[in-house]
Design a protein around this ligand. Structure first.
Ligand SMILES: Nc1nc2c(c(=O)[nH]1)N[C@H]1C(S)=C(S)[C@@H](COP(=O)(O)OP(=O)(O)OC[C@H]3O[C@@H](n4cnc5c(=O)[nH]c(N)nc54)[C@H](O)[C@@H]3O)O[C@H]1N2
Ligand SMILES: Nc1nc2c(c(=O)[nH]1)N[C@H]1C(S)=C(S)[C@@H](COP(=O)(O)OP(=O)(O)OC[C@H]3O[C@@H](n4cnc5c(=O)[nH]c(N)nc54)[C@H](O)[C@@H]3O)O[C@H]1N2
Ligand code: SF4
Ligand SMILES: [Mo]
Length: 666
């Protein structure tokens, strides 16, 4: 009999869409949008729909696998897998201590129970774990310095703005459910400004599109701030009552040479003046910050400079304003402390996510003897594939938990097959955008012998006699929801209704009490200074401006058709489009369809030229996520250095050159 279920998209995406899933006799029939979801309102993207193809793909791993040679695996039983892995863990802990075991993970699923992998290692007595982020680390830290937290307005508040700035967020690709709200606001006469090196689809809808040189947004924000102050357009009352460090910021602004910045960032002074005037004539202004623009050496400073612009114009804590970057209070609503029990992991060492390969290779007190990789396709998604491969291959025993033989799984010693979203129960949430959470029931039986991540960790714990892993799923979810009970959200009603709106503020900072040490918005952050950074946002540059060897900036944006590497499993292998500006096309005598190589010291990749009119002149854009075997894996070219703050990545702070090897003769 056909049945319909409410659930959610588990993919690591802004939108965490509401799904209606139809099943019939333990078979998935279709995945559709749920009109009952207040933000996603019945629409979902192709990646969500394609979860079905992933689930039924014949390449799904159905049984535990043990590697017996280069690329060769044999099926083993779960008993054998659990026994051998536990024995190795115990022997390593005895000889070297628990920090000789690395737990490297990312956030591939929005399921709450997925965090229990950390509980496992804490009950084990510790581990080496990864901190920081490939994704948004620098910007999060920046907002913590300025505001004490990174919070977004309820998306409907966009209608109260008079200007919307989409600053480096590729809305139509990465956050498609923001688009209808922008369109509605536009109909009401709200002005849309887009600042991005790429003339993307949201830029094409804008009233004003500003093409900026990559990594230079902070300098633009400071230049606009200076113009605003020179014209006396700043919000003196907000500054006086709610901020600290304005005079120090003023000193930095006074030293700025607007003409020089204009040349460096490739934006005319008149455009900067027009932008500045918007903050006077068309307030309140709200900004949707993307994550791409902080994946540079100076990424944190960039976000601090933009925060400062919004602080000095009083666009923080007001309806229609806001510096929308992340929405961390979503994740902070749950009782993760009790779920994860970090207090129990007595011996802990940390590696930084982006640079973990270097740290694995350098570690000797103790060395890394074993690694667990879960919720991540690290080989493809970490910067510098060559370094990642070298580091992982240097580890005696590597265990990967995944549903597919990814290029990370292929070099593992044990590959453990896990269940997919509809084969297990969980609660789904995301800290990037909205505060609607959903319960996802188990809808179908897992294929073969796939086990949920939780069952894998619980079985390992049982084998090693670690207590703390005997609770039921309901008990774990109950613990997570405890802080929400007083707001009427508990597991029973979440299961009954299917979704709940978290009690987070629609307008963050409305009462002007900030989570900083001073309780105010901090233009000047003593914490930043104590961390060895500039206490205020300053003129700063990405690493690539110093690179004289390779002339072009390479930005490797998130793919339209895939959630990172995940959907490339299904897509037919094709060469990536390499999007270039008109100027590059002219200089290198390239036209659409030509086959080219882009390269730097680290490697090269092939692709097909696509010219995008309006793109920043020296910038090349390729989508990330392609697998190494299909030839377009962009992290062959990226660097694993760290950004200025928050242990963020510098994935976009990358330079390359171009070689043509085949002309398009059409
Ligand atoms: N389809 C799809 N959607 C996704 C994902 C996916 O893989 N596929 N991934 C999800 C995840 S994990 C994340 S983190 C988000 C990321 O969401 P976004 O931040 O929107 O996406 P990115 O591709 O990281 O960044 C892309 C935008 O930043 C611009 N950009 C790059 N450098 C600069 C710069 O220096 N200045 C400015 N102003 N702009 C710059 C690019 O041109 C592009 O428009 O998307 C989520 N949504
Ligand atoms: N060059 C470049 N590189 C980038 C980026 C970029 O913009 N440019 N973006 C970065 C960003 S923002 C991010 S967030 C990272 C993402 O990096 P990853 O999270 O490593 O990327 P995915 O390709 O989504 O890989 C997730 C893997 O987890 C598996 N998986 C899915 N669900 C589960 C589950 O429930 N349990 C387990 N055990 N496994 C599961 C999937 O099958 C898949 O193989 O990539 C980063 N890398
Ligand atoms: S990938 Fe994002 S937009 Fe697509 S269905 Fe999932 S949550 Fe929605
Ligand atoms: Mo991300």
């Amino acid at each position: 009999m056909k049945k319909q279920w409410k659930t959610a998209c588990p993919l690591n995406c802004y939108d965490v869409c509401g799904f209606i899933v139809t099943t019939e006799d333990n078979k998935l029939i279709s995945i559709d949008g749920d009109h009952d979801h207040p933000v996603t309102q019945g629409k979902i993207c192709g990646k969500g729909k394609m979860i079905k193809d992933r689930i039924y793909d014949p390449r799904r791993i159905l049984y535990p696998q043990k590697r017996i040679g280069e690329g060769q695996f044999v099926r083993i039983s779960w008993d054998q897998a659990i026994e051998e892995i536990s024995n190795k863990m115990l022997a390593i802990r005895d000889k070297y201590g628990p920090t000789a075991i690395l737990h490297s993970y990312d956030y591939a699923s929005g399921g709450l129970l997925k965090e229990l992998d950390q509980r496992f290692f804490n009950y084990f007595g510790g581990m080496t774990k990864v901190i920081g982020s490939l994704c948004w680390g620098a910007g999060i830290k920046a907002q913590e310095y300025d505001l004490g937290n990174s919070l977004s307005h309820d998306v409907t508040d966009i209608l109260n703005a008079r200007t919307i700035i989409v600053w480096g967020r590729n809305v139509t690709t990465t956050n498609m459910h923001l688009l209808p709200f922008i369109q509605e606001a536009k109909k009401e006469g709200v002005k849309l400004i887009v600042i991005d090196p790429m003339k993307n689809n949201i830029a094409k809808l804008a009233d004003m599109y500003i093409s900026i040189k990559p990594g230079m947004d902070g300098n633009l924000a400071l230049a606009i701030s200076k113009i605003i102050i020179d014209n006396n357009w700043h919000d003196k009352e907000f500054i006086q009552k709610n901020t600290v460090g304005f005079s120090e910021l003023m000193k930095e602004l006074n030293s700025i040479d607007i003409e020089k910045i204009s040349k460096e960032i490739k934006i005319e002074v008149s455009i900067m003046q027009e932008l500045a005037k918007t903050f006077k004539n068309n307030n309140p202004v709200t900004v949707f910050l993307g994550l791409g623009m902080q994946r540079y050496r100076n990424g944190g400073n960039t976000i601090r400079a933009i925060d400062a612009l919004f602080g000095l114009t009083g666009n923080i804590g007001v309806s229609g304003g806001g510096v929308n970057y992340a929405n961390l209070n979503v994740g902070k609503s749950f009782n993760f402390d009790e779920l994860i029990r970090n207090d129990l992991g007595k011996e802990q060492r940390t590696f930084k996510r982006p640079s973990q390969a270097d740290e694995i290779l350098e570690a000797n007190t103790p060395p890394i003897k074993m690694a667990f990789i879960s919720r991540s396709n690290a080989v493809v998604q970490l910067p510098s594939i060559a370094k990642t491969m070298k580091a992982f291959k240097s580890i005696d025993t590597m265990v990967v938990i995944d549903m597919y033989m990814t290029e990370t799984a292929k070099i593992a010693d044990y590959v453990l097959p896990t269940t997919s979203v509809f084969e297990e129960e969980d609660i789904y949430y995301g800290s990037m955008f909205h505060g609607i959470i959903r319960f996802g029931p188990k809808l179908i039986e897992p294929p073969g012998e796939a086990w949920s991540d939780l069952k894998i960790w619980s079985s390992l714990a049982k084998k090693m006699n670690l207590d703390g892993f005997t609770k039921t799923i309901d008990e774990y979810l109950g613990i997570a929801l405890k802080p929400l009970n007083r707001f009427g959200i508990n597991l029973k009603n979440l299961k009954d209704v299917g979704q709940a709106r978290l009690p987070i503020l629609n307008i963050p900072w409305e009462i002007k009490s900030f989570d900083t040490p001073s309780g105010k918005f901090e233009f000047y952050s003593q914490q930043a200074k104590d961390d060895g950074l500039s206490p205020i946002a300053k003129i700063d540059y990405p690493e690539m401006v110093n690179d004289k060897k390779y002339p072009y900036n390479l930005i490797t944006i998130h793919p339209v058709r895939s959630l990172h590497s995940q959907h490339y499993l299904i897509h037919k292998k094709d060469k990536p489009s390499i999007t270039i500006s008109e100027k590059i096309a002219e200089t290198k005598e390239l036209k659409n369809g030509d086959e080219i190589k882009i390269y730097n010291d680290q490697g090269e990749i092939d692709g097909i030229v696509k010219i995008n009119v309006g793109n920043q002149e020296d910038t090349i854009i390729i989508e990330e996520g392609r697998w190494v075997e299909s030839g377009g894996a962009v992290n062959k070219l990226t660097s694993n250095r760290l950004s200025d703050m928050g242990n963020g990545s510098v994935l976009f702070d990358c330079t390359v050159d171009i070689k043509k090897y085949k002309m398009n003769v059409e």
